[in-house]
Design a protein around this ligand. Structure first.
Ligand SMILES: [Zn+2]
Length: 220
């Protein structure tokens, strides 16, 4: 490596560290200020899967398609499959290259809804595009990423125009997520439309799409 290359490499590492640091600071702030994140982690644990806030990490290994992703760690072939998924080694990856561009709190909620679905569905296979479409609809709906339409429309939360806009936003975002998966991309619209109504109405673990209950204060 020439001196010039070494210099460039040092600069690249500095940029990497800065993005990582910024992302981690945003993640920590989101965890601290957003009780919805703690609530979802508690719901995953209440469903029997072990998952902690420490498993939410910033990385540059996702590529540029997604703001976040779930990294599941499955048992080895020769290991017994637990009745309830062991999620203690899983990670929620937050794309540090998007730090300051996206709202990390919304990204974390989005991935936590996926984590909850992985926990309760147990066999959420990444090749089952209908099930993937369902969890994408739920994540778009319950993360808050389509919440802006309420303010944008100046509408009350139950008005028809608001609900119509919100469903459109959820559908659009779910399709976009599926388009990023080669195994589902070609029929992304079809998969999402087939499950949209039922999965939009499935708000578990929330009592309704508008309610993030206060988390238990005893844990985390
Ligand atoms: Zn997603």
């Amino acid at each position: 490596m020439t001196t010039q290359e070494q210099h460039q490499s040092n600069i690249d590492k500095m940029v990497f560290s800065r993005a990582h640091f910024k992302c981690m600071a945003n993640v920590e702030a989101a965890i601290k200020n957003d009780p919805g994140i703690t609530y979802l982690v508690q719901a995953i644990n209440a469903a029997g899967c072990k998952f902690s806030l420490k498993q939410i990490v910033c990385t540059d290994e996702i590529g540029n398609k997604f703001g976040g992703a779930m990294k599941r760690v499955f048992p080895e072939e020769n290991e017994p499959k637990p009745m309830i998924p062991d999620m203690s080694k899983d990670k929620i990856l937050i794309n540090q290259d998007y730090a300051g561009i996206v709202d990390e709190g919304i990204t974390i909620r989005h991935e936590l809804i996926h984590a909850f679905d992985h926990c309760r569905i147990k066999d959420l296979n990444e090749n089952d595009c209908y099930k993937i479409a369902c969890t994408e609809v739920r994540a778009a709906n319950l993360s808050g990423e389509c919440k802006f339409t309420k303010e944008f429309m100046g509408a009350t939360k139950y008005s028809l125009s608001f609900l119509g806009r919100k469903v459109s936003c959820v559908r659009r975002n779910a399709i976009k997520s599926l388009m990023g998966l080669p195994q589902c991309a070609l029929k992304a619209h079809e998969f999402v439309d087939a499950v949209l109504t039922s999965c939009y109405l499935d708000t578990a673990p929330l009592p309704s799409v508008f309610d993030y209950p206060t988390p238990e204060t005893s844990s985390e």
